[in-house]
Design a binder for this molecule. Structure first.
Ligand SMILES: [Zn+2]
Length: 336
């Protein structure tokens, strides 16, 4: 399927190319991506992409050529940078990968891969985020199965009966193994949020998530769940929902609950999630929330700027910014 609309012609490939050139070298010195030497000079262009500038490293030991895209997330893509810019913009408008494939005229698998890389890139802004001051916390159990996890494509063996119209809710708390992993939201009263996808909701997991998300000594407001009550290192107060107490003066968790009312419709767009991919989706939603003062154009520019950094691009392709919190992680690191 190719692009037919006249609107598409407004996005001129050459303008997009010079925009990418600007974004790549703005605030970054023009240097060789291999030997990091600043001793580089122009080296013509490519006949198939006239605006894609080519450079040559003048170091004697190197002498290699490179261009605006070498080492970035967009490197080696057969599609033009215009496709990438539009895909990033649509991703910030919370479009699904199928929708993006349809709008751009690329294959579903292409857009799915791009979406993952771009989401992971956006997460590079969120790795060191820690909240302070007054922080509210709440938890949610999201149904997430094994969507798209068949080993060799095609129909997968479920090992169980198909769910029919939906997963019937089992009694008790959700768990990763029961296809209902937990999501914990930490919302600062100053506006920043941290959202964690966790495998369970035990005291150890919640403690670990709290240590990652919230500065020690902060004020923490939650509901009366026992896992929160066991968390150490914070000035903790809680409201008791079973006694119909939802706010007691300053103590409430309405912001955290409100965040879930935004997260749920965001996740609905994807029509079912895999539990393996849940942390990635949730993390990208965290990015969108933390940069909510900016519009989708500005958010897309932030992501593209990070995607044009070779170090971030390498990590994003490997998915190093995403992880599911599990209290066994620390144990495994100790053993290894
Ligand atoms: Zn070099």
């Amino acid at each position: 399927m190719s692009m037919v609309s006249h609107l598409h012609y407004l996005f001129h490939p050459e303008t997009c190319q010079s925009y990418i050139h600007l974004l790549r070298w703005k605030d970054r010195p023009l240097q060789c991506p291999r030997c990091h030497s600043h001793n580089v000079g122009p080296w013509g262009a490519y006949h198939y992409q006239p605006r894609l500038k080519r450079y040559r490293c003048k170091e004697k030991a190197c002498k290699r050529t490179f261009n605006d895209l070498t080492g970035t997330l967009l490197d080696g893509s057969k599609r033009s940078v215009m496709h990438w810019i539009l895909a990033t913009f649509l991703l910030c408008l919370s479009c699904s990968s199928r929708r993006i494939a349809r709008e751009l005229g690329v294959h579903t698998r292409t857009s799915y891969r791009w979406c993952w890389w771009l989401r992971n890139t956006a997460l590079s802004y969120e790795t060191d985020r820690r909240l302070e001051g007054t922080v509210e916390a709440d938890d949610l159990y999201q149904t997430a199965g094994n969507k798209g996890q068949a080993q060799h494509g095609g129909k997968k063996a479920l090992g169980r009966r198909a769910r029919g119209r939906r997963k019937k809710r089992e009694p008790g708390r959700g768990h990763y193994d029961k296809d209902r992993p937990a999501i914990i939201a930490w919302v600062s009263r100053q506006g920043a949020v941290v959202i964690h996808a966790t495998k369970d909701f035990t005291v150890q997991t919640v403690q670990k998530a709290a240590d990652l998300a919230v500065q020690a000594g902060s004020r923490l407001y939650t509901d009366s769940a026992s896992s929160y009550r066991a968390v150490k290192g914070y000035l903790h107060a809680f409201v008791n929902h079973t006694q119909k107490e939802y706010a007691r003066g300053d103590v409430h968790e309405n912001r955290a609950e409100c965040l879930f009312s935004l997260l749920k419709p965001y996740l609905r767009v994807f029509r079912g999630l895999s539990k393996t991919n849940l942390p990635g989706y949730v993390g990208f939603f965290q990015f969108l929330r933390n940069f909510r003062q900016q519009n989708a154009f500005e958010q897309a520019e932030l992501i593209l700027r990070a995607a044009l950094d070779p170090t971030i691009a390498r990590k994003a392709r490997r998915g190093e910014f995403v992880r599911c919190i599990d209290h066994f992680d620390l144990l495994q690191i100790a053993i290894n």
